[in-house]
Design a protein around this ligand. Sequence first.
Ligand code: SAM
Length: 316
Amino acid sequence: MGRASRDKRDIYYRKAKEEGWRARSAFKLLQIDEEFNILEGVKRVVDLCAAPGSWSQVLSRKLYLPLKLSTDSKDSDLPLIVAIDLQPMAPIEGVIQVQGDITNARTAEVVIRHFDGCKADLVVCDGAPDVTGLHDMDEFVQSQLILAGLTIVTHILKEGGKFIAKIFRGKDTSLLYCQLKLFFTDVTFAKPKSSRNSSIEAFAVCENYSPPEGFNEKDLHRLLEKVGSPSGVDDLDCSSGWLEGPNKVYIPFLACGDLSGYDSDRSYPLPKTAEGTYQSLDPVQPPIAPPYKRALEMKKASGQGIRDFEKLSLDS
Ligand code: SAM
């Protein structure tokens, strides 16, 4: 699809470039914040699966830059923002970057070192595997990322802190909700207006971190496995959609983003410039080392090979 036609079909893609966001996902975090005020009072935050960095940009613009630019604030007032991703990310002011795998225990240790023994007020995770289109498979891999995110949370989030995680809604959504409820008193599944209705994506907004009494981070996997088993923590088989009466689980599900805001499933006409033509903008920050880089290089090299061959044939 050409850039101009994507500009027309995807209003948030176009707006992201106009406002200098690296990805349209920035609007998702902004709309979640509008609804839940997740950034209020935050001094330490971790952005898991952060590349290309639009959520980190939101954190920098909302938490770091206002203080950095204020003449009354001292360096010690500045918030600490740590961003982690498998991929390298172009720098963002006020954001410490760690290149690593969130499923690896060492990644949590690196973050803890940056926080100097203090705990985070907020952890956000927009992690997504490369989607295969096989919903069951995508949902499973996504749930593994959430589990990795939750494991890091149990090490670095302060009591009362918040955790925002991308989820894929599917048949195990109720189970995921029950698992998150073991650690947070309030869990809501949110669908920002900038997230297309056609996408199974939503965000778990988990507030007030309060792990079960006597909880040991090393027991996380065992604890999660207990939910849904007969000897489970509260004997709730949340994975069964057919449960009735008091056992039935109703997941709080909330749309967020101004109702008069842009609809991500609609196409909008392109605005005309003074000359009467529309100028499509370049991406704000193209990925610096995307996983498909090698494929592009190979394609380019083989294209070159074909051109050399054609030239040779014509010359001969
Ligand atoms: N929030 C980002 C933004 O606003 O720019 C977009 C995140 S993108 C949807 C998903 C990211 O998850 C990718 O950059 C990918 O590299 C990262 N990711 C997937 N699995 C990961 C893992 N195990 N550890 C760290 N990052 C991972």
